[in-house]
Unconditional design. Structure first.
Length: 115
């Protein structure tokens, strides 16, 4: 089993920045993919960004150039630096970890961007 604990959400004005963190614990396999998804009210959960254990990244088009995903493999932690935030970035952000074909999710952290 893997446990994921997110932190760093909050309320910010448009144009501001936030940094999300997600710490993984439990049976962590060395080869995995960690990422961030988000879900806004009335919308489906969508991928924001992901990073492999080797450092390969993937971003949603809507966040490219504004968000940066990174990870610390020693601390089993993934980060999402969010800059130039927009009201449409408002959502619950979920940490995700995939290993050995199994998906694990954090409890979610609210990000609210005011205009």
């Amino acid at each position: 089993q893997v446990q994921l604990v997110e932190s760093g959400g909050g309320l910010v004005q448009a144009g501001g920045s936030l940094r999300l963190s997600c710490a993984a614990s439990g049976s962590i396999f060395s080869i995995n993919v960690m990422g961030w998804y988000r879900q806004a009210p009335g919308k489906q959960r969508e991928l924001v960004a992901a990073i492999t254990s080797g450092g390969i990244t993937n971003y949603a088009d809507s966040v490219k150039g504004r968000f940066t995903i990174s990870r610390d493999n020693v601390r089993n932690t993934v980060y999402l630096q969010m800059n130039s935030l927009k009201p449409e970035d408002t959502a619950v952000y979920y940490c995700n970890e995939v290993q050995l074909s199994r998906n694990y999710w954090g409890q979610g952290t609210q990000v609210t961007v005011s205009s």
